[in-house]
Design a protein around this ligand. Sequence first.
Ligand SMILES: [Zn+2]
Length: 611
Amino acid sequence: MAIISMSTTLWAQNNTNYWQQHVDYTMKVDMDVKNYQYKGTQTLVYTNNSPDVLDRVYYHLFFNAFQPGSEMDIRLQNIEDPDGRMFVDGKSRIASLSPEEIGYLRVTSLTQDGAPTSYVEEGTVLVVKLANPIQPGAKTTFEMAFNGQVPVQIRRSGRNSSEGVALSMSQWYPKLAEYDFEGWHADPYIAREFHGVWGDFDVSLTIDKNYVVGGTGYLQNPQEIGHGYEAPGTKVKKQKGKTLTWHFKAPMVHDFMWAADPEYLHDTLQVKDGPMLHFLYKNNTDILENWKKLQPKTAEMMEFFSKNIGKYPYDQYSVIQGGDGGMEYAMSTLITGERSFGSLVGVTAHEMAHSWFQHILASNESKHEWMDEGFTSFISALYMNEYMGEKKDNPFEGAYKGYYRLATSGKEQPQTTHSDRYALNFAYGVTAYSKGEIFLAQLGYVIGQEKLMEALRKYYEDFKFKHPTPNDIKRSAEKVSGIELDWYLTDWTQTTNTIDYGVKAVSEMDGKTKVTLERIGLMPMPQDILVVYEDGTQETFYTPLRMMRGEKENPYPSLNRTVLPDWPWAYPTYDFTLDKPVGEVRAIVLDPSQLMADINRENNVFQKEAE
Ligand SMILES: [Zn+2]
């Protein structure tokens, strides 16, 4: 648990202008498993590390989204392609919830350092006006009482999931909104994505003694709980009564999820030089074999991600059956479990990879969803390719196909779009996952594969336990490669400009071959050009962009490479010469790796027609 000390050393890291707020939550919660209602108290010590005086704070009350007429409900009824989990037979599932089935989260009292506050509920957000504004550098303590009702499972959290999991408890407590260099992020809960304040959580949960609980945090009293948490071979001295109080602590996280079910099986597996893995899944004979086989695979992926991005810094990670698909949380994930083995490994790899790109590198997912979903998809695609026998030449092929479909559909919006404000779920999905995955895959084309992986490790090292922004990944890549990348970040993430380069003409000149390339799309890219001659020999050419102010290493070291003069972006065409006559040229191919997301690959190849 060495990371407890990080909260104090955080500020010593590189960027001296950087600051972030800090929270220390202590919550005591009493769950009634019969009516799905719970009561809690919350003490929140809030440290204002910002240079600003704060005269208000906001809390998220996520469960209020699961009520007829909520913003989530109305959005569901108005979007052209609603999520099939939430919209069935042409109807919003939220719209038909009865008062016993809705979710709610209500704050019944709230004081600041003992003084009353004035607060008002606005849908899924509590707006709190403070009698005593919080000064820069000051700490203040909020004392709160709240109660809630767990909604019927509709999205992410809820009761009685389709696979029969009793309680999937994410987004369940009044959660302070983040305040950062951009100001407040009190986003209403409409569809997706979260942003939270870093800090330490201490949660005591009292629940029916037959329920097995898992989630974020280290259990502090395993010998009073049992259920597979006790030290192996030791005797458990359970608390008396019909309930058990589970005491968890989670240092340096920005959220706290838990799940509970009376039929959970609970296995553990220690990763060598890594965390203890916990698996909680239903005692359902259809899934037992897959959930046993998943365990060593989970250890393998933990090692793969730690090696390729940086060491997982917690002593625990839990894979828990629950929710409605797969969703990542601090130190844990909720996934549906009735899947084929390949799908179970795939979803676990994706959700676990989020530990790096959602939990530890906690970018604001609402605004930069591609940095979270895209980077997660990138690294899990690499794992699946290497360890699940896919072994494709381009492990990211699926992402490119999805992106080409969107980019040519006329429905694309820039990646800077807030995750709730895409016109279509289709456009959101491809932009966040596929186009985000390509951001890294294609960056490997621009700066070289080794530099890409080096950039990823530097990015993790420099920005873990912070809220990195798009510029931060760009700077990490610039620093390791020596190549300037502002053009790449700008065009790819802030516009819908597309890439289209082509071989425009090939002609003979004084016994040599003149090749004319053209840039048709607006987005600039450097070009790797493969030339194949009739005698079977090959060589490559490389045109860096002038604005890169640098060059990547030869990606095809077995072939001779000629680095041509830079191609300044504004010039629509570019000429270079081959030392052999046209008759000896069999083919000229732009980007043989196909990692450049060129929306029209047909014009990338010049091929001599068969005579
Ligand atoms: Zn994801």
